[in-house]
Ligand binder design. Structure first.
Ligand code: NDP
Length: 395
């Protein structure tokens, strides 16, 4: 239960929660490297706080600023692709993969290639290039530990039985901030409103994905690769209290649920602790105070992104990669105020239509996935710029 940890995405929501867990167990862990995109001050603060050996920024032009921020600390630093590579090359027992979006693919792959265990928060890795990632991990004997709360809960629940006795897996969804909103209200939804997640505090992109339920769709694809369960045996149920995160239905009728307060420190500590449990300071569940657990079917009419992700998963081949690339472009445009909330699904659907009509090979490698991702992004950007968008809405 002790070891050297590297954090990819140290300045983000997951990175900061990882630091919070590590701070409670300084005697057990050392931090080999911390990585971020452009946030010089945040990265320097994380490196100093955690006593990291090395700090790397993706943006090469910010090296001088980073050097200045770390002057006198003895912490080595670098910037650009080679610095990211050095960060994952440094010895570590666990690499926390918490960069947002497809930017996380190469550093996560490089960590697996070094044979390092990876605690995976970056779901886009498995959505865009799931087959390649699982093969890479198997070939290098590197473990992928699910850090996403639903998958972490499922991994814990699956430990209760034999994989061949699993009938189905259910992921729960909080329903997001627009669970009870009308389509009319959702049409005018703003970025600030997507950030009012009912149960979690997260980064901007995943906030939008949670509001559209695309996040749950991405998680279905992630679960398919992590657990080797076919799409028709993966379910989603809306559970607004977000206490149950995942359920395993066994063939004998028993169900094992993974439960905890909706606090990312729980799955993070589970990954960091390996075979032991780490104290986190997360409050104990008070079931009587919670009073009621409720469940409902997701409304695919108001949340077409979940339907599109399900279709991409069922279609397989290039479709999940295209779905993810198009979604990243659409979400970014929404975050910049250039696209309405409901238009996210329309951009994704029309990009998937393009992919269905242009026979594309399934990505076999991470490079294939990145090339297809770039193509899908270019098509999605064109759809954004003009041209008729299909109506992704059933209602
Ligand atoms: P944030 O947006 O809060 O943080 C993203 C992190 O990635 C930041 O450290 C950012 O650095 C870094 N980053 C961005 N671009 C690059 C790049 N090109 N190279 C290196 N680093 C980069 O995201 P979250 O922490 O919310 O999410 C991270 C991942 O975890 C996502 O894939 C998300 O889906 C997943 N996840 C998140 C959960 C949550 O509760 N937040 C739950 C489950 C999964 P900088 O600050 O410098 O930009």
């Amino acid at each position: 239960m002790s070891g050297r940890v590297t954090i990819l995405g140290a300045t983000g929501s997951i990175g900061r929660s990882t630091a919070a867990v590590l701070r409670g167990h300084r005697e057990r862990f050392s931090v080999s490297a911390v990585v971020a995109g452009r946030d010089v001050a945040g990265l320097a603060a994380a490196a100093i706080d955690l006593g990291a050996g090395f700090a790397a920024l993706a943006e090469p032009t910010l090296l001088a600023e980073l050097r200045e921020a770390l002057a006198g600390t003895g912490i080595a630093c670098g910037a650009g692709a080679s610095a990211l590579r050095e960060a994952v090359d440094r010895e570590a027992d666990l690499v926390v993969a918490a960069i947002s979006g497809v930017a996380g693919l190469v550093p996560t792959r490089d960590a697996l290639r070094e044979g390092r265990s990876v605690a995976l928060a970056n779901k886009e890795s498995l959505v865009s290039a799931g087959t390649a990632f699982m093969r890479e991990a198997a070939e290098r004997g590197a473990a992928i530990l699910p850090m996403d709360s639903e998958h972490n809960a499922l991994a814990q629940a699956l430990a209760a039985g034999h994989p061949e006795d699993v009938e189905s897996l259910t992921l729960t969804a909080s329903g997001g901030p627009f669970r009870t909103w009308t389509l009319e209200a959702m049409r005018a939804a703003t970025q600030a409103q997507t950030a009012r997640h009912p149960t979690y505090s997260m980064g901007a992109k995943i906030n939008v994905d949670s509001a559209s339920l695309m996040n749950k769709g991405l998680e279905l694809i992630e679960a398919h690769h992590l657990f080797g369960v076919p799409p028709e045996r993966l379910e989603v149920v809306v559970h607004p209290q977000s206490i149950i995160h995942g359920l395993v239905q066994w063939r004998d009728g028993a169900v094992t649920a993974g439960m905890a307060h909706p606090d990312m420190r729980v799955p993070i500590a589970h990954c960091l602790g390996l075979d032991r449990r780490l104290a986190t300071g997360v409050p104990r569940l008070d079931l009587a105070a919670i009073g009621r657990f409720t469940f409902e079917e997701p409304d695919l009419g108001r949340f077409p992104c979940l339907r599109l992700a399900r279709e991409a998963l069922a279609g397989g081949g290039p479709m999940p990669t295209v779905l993810n690339g198009a979604n990243e472009v659409a979400v970014e445009a929404f975050l910049k105020g250039r696209l309405g909330f409901l238009d996210i699904a329309r951009v994704v659907e029309s990009t998937l239509d393009w992919a269905a009509g242009a026979p594309l090979p399934a990505p076999r490698t991470i490079e294939d996935a990145l090339a297809l991702d770039a193509e899908a992004r270019a098509v999605a950007a064109e759809k954004l710029a003009g041209g008729p968008l299909p109506s992704a809405l059933a209602g």
